[in-house]
Design a protein around this ligand. Structure first.
Ligand SMILES: [Ca+2]
Length: 368
């Protein structure tokens, strides 16, 4: 355990970090081991084929993390980012053929005419720097606030890139097909619009859109077993949702929701409407989900196929069981009072978490 890093960890873990913390959950007993600390609001994590990791920090940095937990300096060649309120350097994913091409995709906030927006930039990782920046998509219209950027990404099994964006706290945008806010989009790896997207050729609709009616996507997952796309999003006060994403479907916001506005004002009485998809799972009160991963590999056989969700407000790791397209159960595993921003599962099945604070950390879960 690299000692200097422990200084930045929360007391509960730091006290016994020499042996890590043991957690007994319903189906598995595991150790939580701090891998690296001293990260300022880490947000996205990508595990490289050689076991190193890329981690983003919301103020605008991306670092490499060695297998020994050593953090690199912020990587040169990282594009400029506007870090304001919820915005900044957010998600990071690898190209499906990263081992051949070195491509990394970041989702971050940029500024232009009209305000700020979520932007996806493709970069090439060469040694410990980025090169060849290419803008894949910048969400429009831009908006002049610092809220609800969404910005989670995942590659489909067909090699297409999905990304989920928030409504920018202007809810009616989610029902406007001419607006990319409050949508999940699908693009080729170079940013081209696939011709089999659902709204290609429809007048007034953006051809990038894959699904609509979303409030603020904070988790996006392509199921390694089935190839299906799953997403979760923050509701207003109550009404966080897990959805199975179907091509061209409308997920309802703000015409359907299980939540109410902050302060308790009603948004709508409709929890369901014809032509709109119902959530598979709703959290009332909100847990503020963040990060989404499916359990695979050998480390946690009792969890295989389960879905893992981080929780900011609930300060837990949430394990969802499912049968086919249904969510059948939920376990919340308390995480030492830390807000969990991101969940990733390594090829060997070990689970990595990011804690969200100004002294954030990477934690690894190993079977005990
Ligand atoms: Ca919904």
């Amino acid at each position: 355990m690299p000692k200097p890093l422990l200084l930045a960890l929360p007391l509960a873990l730091a006290v016994s970090a020499a042996s890590a913390e043991t957690v007994r959950s319903e189906r598995a007993t595991f150790r939580v081991t701090p891998v690296a600390g001293g990260l300022e609001n880490p947000w996205g994590l990508a595990i490289l084929p050689d076991g190193r990791m890329l981690v983003t920090e919301r103020p605008g940095r991306v670092r490499l993390v060695g297998a020994d937990g050593r953090l690199s300096d912020p990587l040169a060649g990282t594009p400029g980012t506007v870090a304001n309120r919820q915005g900044g350097m957010l998600d990071v994913v690898l190209h499906p053929r990263f081992a051949e091409n070195g491509f990394v995709y970041i989702c971050h906030v940029t500024e232009g005419q009209g305000g700020t927006s979520s932007t996806i930039t493709r970069l090439k990782l060469e040694g410990e720097r980025f090169s060849e920046p290419r803008t894949i998509l910048s969400v429009t219209p831009r908006v002049g606030n610092g809220l609800h950027f969404g910005c989670r990404m995942a590659f489909g099994q067909d090699g297409m890139l999905f990304a989920g964006f928030g409504d920018r706290f202007q809810m009616d945008r989610a029902q406007d097909l001419g607006d990319l806010n409050g949508k999940i989009i699908r693009l080729a790896d170079d940013g081209a619009v696939p011709q089999d997207n659902p709204f290609v050729g429809r007048q007034g609709a953006r051809p990038e859109i894959w699904s609509w009616g979303h409030r603020n996507i904070q988790g996006l997952l392509v199921d390694p077993a089935t190839g299906a796309l799953w997403a979760h999003e923050h509701g207003p006060q109550g009404g966080d949702e897990v959805n199975l994403i179907r091509r061209g479907a409308n997920y309802g916001w703000p015409r359907t929701t299980h939540g109410v506005n902050y302060g308790g004002a009603t948004i709508t009485d409709n929890r369901s409407l014809p032509g709109m998809e119902d959530a598979l799972k709703v959290w009332v009160p909100s847990i503020a989900p963040s990060g989404f991963a499916a359990v695979a590999g050998d480390a946690f056989p009792a969890w295989r196929g389960n879905l893992l969700v981080g929780a900011l407000r609930d300060r837990s790791l949430v394990r969802l069981t499912r049968e086919g397209d249904r969510i059948t159960g939920e376990e919340r595993i308390s995480m030492f009072g830390e807000r969990i921003r991101e969940v990733r599962v390594a090829p060997d099945g070990r689970v990595y978490l990011l804690t969200d604070s100004r002294e954030g950390a990477i934690w690894r879960l190993d079977p005990a």
